[in-house]
Design a protein around this ligand. Structure first.
Ligand SMILES: [Cu+2]
Length: 124
């Protein structure tokens, strides 16, 4: 009986390890990690069901900024529209954007209010 439990635990541990390694490791992920140290400031976007904590977030232009998405409730992430930048809740990415206004939206199907989860990055 106890053997069965141990067997089950080993399988569960293996499954967890495999799924953790399953995420794709793209070049842009590597780049963002390499530049993480250079970010001079951090902007935290707090996501809950179903809104971001601000409608606009100010960022300095042409400056590496660590963008962090924090989930307060539910599971959310962001996709900066028109840019190839996606950040899952609980993660950070260093971005370096020219001046402009960038809309972003939640990129994880999170329920009934999902499509209302939009906000802006104002880079100046
Ligand atoms: Cu969503």
């Amino acid at each position: 009986m106890q053997k069965n439990i141990i067997y089950f635990l080993v399988i569960a541990a293996l499954a967890l390890t495999l799924s953790a390694c399953g995420g794709k490791n793209t070049d842009s992920d590597k780049n963002s990690q390499a530049t993480e140290e250079a970010a001079s400031q951090e902007v935290v976007i707090k996501a809950s069901s179903w809104e971001f904590d601000q409608t606009e977030y100010a960022l300095p232009k042409d400056t590496p900024v660590k963008l962090t998405v924090e989930n307060i409730s539910g599971a959310h992430g962001i996709e900066i529209i028109g840019q190839d930048i996606q950040i899952r809740g609980g993660k950070s990415k260093v971005v370096n954007l020219p001046a402009g206004t960038y809309e972003f939206k939640c990129n994880i199907m999170c329920g009934t209010g999902h499509s209302k989860m939009v906000a802006k990055l104002v880079v100046s």
